[in-house]
Design a protein. Sequence first.
Length: 129
Amino acid sequence: MKTLRTRTTLAVALGAAVLALAACKKEPETMNTGTVDPMAAELANAAPPPPLPMIKSSHPYRCKDNSLIYVDFMTDDVSANFKAKQEAPITPLKAPEKGKPFVSADGKTTITAGEGNTITFNGQSCKFG
């Protein structure tokens, strides 16, 4: 008998809670479904973004100290990706303009493209091939 009374009490309490929550908000929820974009005209007349650079050449280089480095030169001629080991994370390098040295954001890595199959990595000569 006691369990029946407990169940009834729980059912009544649950019903009262549901009714109380249902009565909280009388007005319907409104949502802004308009398609007005204040920048639509500017975006329609904007120039397309420049294409992302792709890998132009990718080579492992052996340096004078017998270490291997990996460099990907990009098609924009001012970007390169550097890895100190094959499985190491990529360090992006940027040159201020075409033909200038590629430098990492922290300034610790510098690569200068040389003649033919050589580059200079932090002051030492490196070759591929």
